[in-house]
Design a binder for this molecule. Structure first.
Ligand code: NAD
Length: 417
């Protein structure tokens, strides 16, 4: 069984547990366990040397009971329709936990972006956008960046869809550059939300962020911002990694310097000398107060969970902890702030961006950050209360809130026709 099938099974196991807590009707459970729509596309791209390569991509929409679907587009050589479906389900619950008027979706293209020139990447993006144009749209399904994509990718998608519509349609994607309808604060939003979650969790645990030792796995959009903002809260970031490996210094790492000077180099942060080099496996087991997995799925497993030494795990990535590992962490008394709560900052500010685009009226960065902060804190408080009420962990509490909101909307709307 591939890891991807496991990720979908993981999402379905979580749903099944929430359904038991909620005593959910069996038919409704079955509806929520399936995606509403899965589009698989194969499309050609003429490469710089004149050869033609065929790529496979997906767009999966999980549920539309609460509104249009929303979710990132991932470019990675190791994606498939099962993983994309799992990610779309998590988006549904995440939007519902944050009380946004959206359902979940996810898109992906099986590609190693490092092997493509910028021009090839642009052509691939424009052709993929054209292929999925039959299911996306500013009122129907609004993509955003994820692993391997960024504001430039969103700009190409927005331009492609606008060219085909005959008018500029900024609301069709979020995470765009500011110059063309992006929102202030969107780039930092996910990492910012991760740190707000960490601060709130510290309060509940009677810990302080000030002086807390933090380890961050992944130094991309989410991990780098989370590390920088954690440092701003007074935390000491002692370990950081990217796909090439990690570095550790118990006295602390200079996060901003690592990001601005080292991350763009060949070899990246591993070029930094005043630290010990560690593997990604070792990084997760380093002594620290807070562990922030901000890279890819299934990183904390039943094999390494017994060795995790953090008191608090805040999930920046989607699905970084397997269900077996969840049980082990819980038995060890480690608090896990789950992905669908901790990394919701990105979709919250994406929602703000969409609202601004539809109104053609843009907000100052302070206003965005203030509203994001408030949204994150409210969601955290609701999940914490549900955790106490149902005597369960934070992940299940968030799932209970998310699944209940989606199930209620589905029942209220009724089944068509
Ligand atoms: P990114 O591509 O900007 O960065 C990913 C980082 O992870 C890179 O530093 C990469 O080197 C590293 N990485 C990849 N494989 C790794 C491995 N095996 N071990 C350690 N590091 C590894 O992506 P991102 O946007 O920062 O997304 C990171 C995670 O956060 C993903 O799971 C994504 O789904 C999730 N997420 C992102 C957003 C967002 O707004 N960008 C929102 C919610 C959730």
């Amino acid at each position: 069984m591939s890891q991807h099938v496991d990720v979908l099974q993981m999402a379905r196991d979580q749903l099944a547990l929430a359904a038991t807590h909620l005593n959910l009707d069996a038919g409704l459970h079955e509806v929520l366990a399936q995606p509403k729509r899965q589009l698989i596309v194969h499309f050609p791209v003429v490469m710089d040397d004149g050869t033609v390569q065929c790529f496979e991509g997906y767009r999966v929409q999980h549920n539309t009971s609460r509104g249009p679907t929303k979710g990132g587009i991932r470019y990675h050589h190791d994606v498939d329709v099962h993983e994309t479906t799992a990610l779309s389900m998590w988006m549904t619950w995440k939007c519902a936990v944050a009380n946004l008027p959206y359902g979940g979706a996810k898109g992906s293209v099986k590609v190693n972006t490092k092997l493509l020139s910028k021009r090839e990447l642009e052509k691939l993006t424009r052709r993929y956008a054209t292929e999925i144009n039959i299911v996306i749209g500013e009122r129907g399904d609004i993509p955003a960046p994820d692993i391997g994509t960024n504001p430039q990718t969103m700009a190409w998608i927005m331009d492609t869809i606008s060219m085909q519509a005959g008018y500029t349609m900024p609301g069709v994607v979020t995470g765009k550059p500011i110059e063309m309808g992006g929102s202030q604060g969107r780039v930092e939003a996910t990492g910012r939300g991760v740190v707000v979650s960490a601060v709130e969790a510290c309060k509940k645990l009677g810990m302080s962020m000030n002086g807390a030792k933090v380890v961050v796995q992944g130094f991309g959009n989410v991990g780098s911002v989370a590390a920088m903002l954690a440092e701003r809260e007074g935390a000491i970031v002692v370990g950081i990694s990217d796909a090439r490996g990690g570095i550790y210094n118990e006295k602390g790492l200079p996060v901003s310097e690592l990001y601005h000077k080292y991350s763009g180099m060949d070899g990246g942060i591993l070029n930094y000398k005043d630290a010990q080099q560690v593997s990604n496996d070792d990084l997760l087991e380093l002594p620290c107060d807070i562990l922030m997995p901000c890279a890819i799925a299934a990183q904390i497993t039943k094999e390494n969970a017994p060795n995790i030494r953090a008191k608090l795990v805040v999930e920046g990535a989607n699905g970084p902890t397997t269900p077996d590992a969840d049980v082990i962490l819980s038995d060890k008394g480690i608090l896990v702030v789950p992905d669908i709560l901790a990394n919701a900052g990105g979709v919250i500010v994406s929602y703000f961006e969409w609202v601004q685009d539809l109104q053609n009226f843009f907000w100052e960065e302070d206003e965005v950050n203030l509203k994001l902060d408030r949204h994150m804190r409210n969601s955290f408080a609701q999940v914490w209360d549900t955790r106490e009420r149902f005597k369960t962990d934070m992940r299940m509490a968030a799932m209970i809130i998310g699944v209940k909101r989606v199930a209620d909307a589905t029942v209220m709307r009724g089944i068509f026709p």
